[in-house]
Unconditional design. Structure first.
Length: 452
């Protein structure tokens, strides 16, 4: 029997009363985080063009684009909002799964909730928990390196789970929704390799496709049954190898949403261990960036694959976010990375670029193809002094979490960076709504509170 049946059992058979409090708290934390990142992402590259195109492709007032307010058919709104959540590389991530598991999910789920109405805060919490569970239990079982863009592909499964749960799909409809979404699934790593804006757009495509798949399944349209383990199923086509024992062993026992990591910086998560370690050393020792002769980062192969790219002239914003050399050098000059780290002045700052060229990213002997830690750093100063640090738990991970205050400060900053910045009153209302999300009767109120 295909393992999709076990996941269908988990989704259709789990109620909010069976979910631990820690998972509920995590869901509220990362729903708020994703809303803030999505608002800030409304100023991202190519957003306006995507919204305008979506308006040309079809009329409808199902759901709104965050930070802009235009109404679109639900698939178009899902695509635009999911893209906005991911386009700044500021969205939460499950490190072991290598999946931004709330991104496709929330963009799609809230578009459907706004269209269909009647979705409560409890419904959204449970849908989010189960969506993350499905995507991440599947992804952590993979034993080989990234082949396709997993945040998009596994993200589609998360979104279908969330929508299907909100709509009360039975087993047959949920299976069909998974399979129809699978037929539309996309996500090439070539976009990541080149630092193309298409990378974030693929997240949007999968959000749109998840909405379409669930709408089609709701009419009774059928799809293949062996979604995961068939001869051409997800785990045989989009991934190269997996461990079936890991795939199912923790289902219903480990709630993957409690394992999500915050992103404290708007850059690829694979850069964060290097940035975290360098900033820790800088604060401990007190050296200035201009005093650095060289930095060597010994990293797992996945980090090198994702962000080991060389700095160069004419870098695009998307490329720079995924360049560990640039991100680390900028962080050392500015004590961190803000959303302004990728404007023209920052990208062409000569001393930042000079320091970046003195940073080496070296592959270590870690055998795990999906590992994002540990990271071993060696900083050599012009005086000859050498300082070393090894980062096991990167800042923002469950083992080294952001404080609640830092989480809220990130949200407030992102709301202020929206195309139409939220007022302080709107921001605090949203925070209060999420803190009491179990009591919210209609989640469309969240979207209402995000509009100018």
């Amino acid at each position: 029997m295909d393992a999709i049946e076990d996941f269908i059992d988990h989704v259709t058979g789990t109620g909010i009363d069976q979910v631990p409090e820690a998972a509920i708290r995590a869901a509220k934390t990362f729903i708020l985080d994703s809303l803030g990142v999505g608002l800030s992402g409304g100023n991202g590259p190519w957003v306006r063009e995507m919204v305008q195109l979506s308006q040309q492709w079809g009329q409808g007032d199902d759901a709104r684009v965050w930070g802009h307010g235009q109404r679109l058919p639900a698939p178009g709104a899902a695509m635009c909002n999911a893209y906005q959540i991911h386009n700044a590389e500021f969205d939460c991530v499950h490190e072991g799964a290598v999946v931004h598991s709330m991104t496709v999910l929330l963009g799609a789920a809230l578009a459907v909730a706004e269209r269909d109405r009647g979705v409560s805060g409890k419904d959204l919490i449970l849908a989010s928990i189960l969506g993350v569970d499905v995507a991440c239990h599947i992804a952590v079982a993979v034993t080989t390196a990234l082949k396709f863009f997993r945040p998009g592909t596994a993200g589609a499964l998360a979104a279908v789970t969330a929508i299907g749960k909100m709509k009360g799909f039975n087993r047959e409809r949920l299976r069909n929704a998974y399979s129809i979404a699978y037929g539309q699934m996309c996500g090439t790593m070539q976009a990541h390799t080149e630092g193309s804006a298409l990378l974030g757009m693929q997240v949007g495509f999968n959000a749109r496709n998840a909405v379409v798949a669930c709408d089609m399944a709701a009419t009774g349209l059928p799809g293949p049954r062996e979604v995961l383990e068939g001869p051409f199923g997800f785990l045989r086509l989009f991934e190269d190898a997996y461990d079936r024992n890991i795939l199912l062993a923790e289902l219903g026992k480990t709630w993957r949403i409690t394992e999500l990591s915050h992103k404290p910086f708007p850059s690829g998560r694979a850069t964060h261990g290097i940035v975290d370690g360098c900033l820790r050393l800088q604060r401990q020792i007190g050296f200035l960036p201009d005093q650095i002769k060289s930095i060597k980062a010994d990293v797992p192969s996945l980090i090198h694959q994702l962000v080991g790219r060389p700095i160069g002239p004419g870098m695009t914003t998307n490329y720079a976010r995924l360049c560990a050399q640039y991100v680390t050098a900028h962080a050392l000059y500015h004590d961190g990375i803000g959303v302004d780290a990728y404007d023209d002045n920052a990208l062409t700052h000569s001393r930042t670029n000079d320091l970046a060229r003195r940073i080496s990213i070296i592959v270590d002997d870690n055998p795990d193809p999906n590992a994002l830690s540990p990271v071993a750093l060696t900083v050599i100063l012009r005086t000859g002094d050498q300082h070393e640090i090894t980062i096991q738990n990167v800042y923002g991970s469950p083992a080294n979490p952001m404080s609640h205050e830092a989480h809220l400060e990130k949200f407030r900053r992102n709301c202020a960076a929206a195309p139409r910045p939220l007022t302080s009153r709107q921001v605090e209302i949203l925070i209060e709504m999420i803190e009491n999300l179990e009591s919210l009767e209609e989640v469309t109120a969240l979207i209402d509170s995000m509009m100018p």
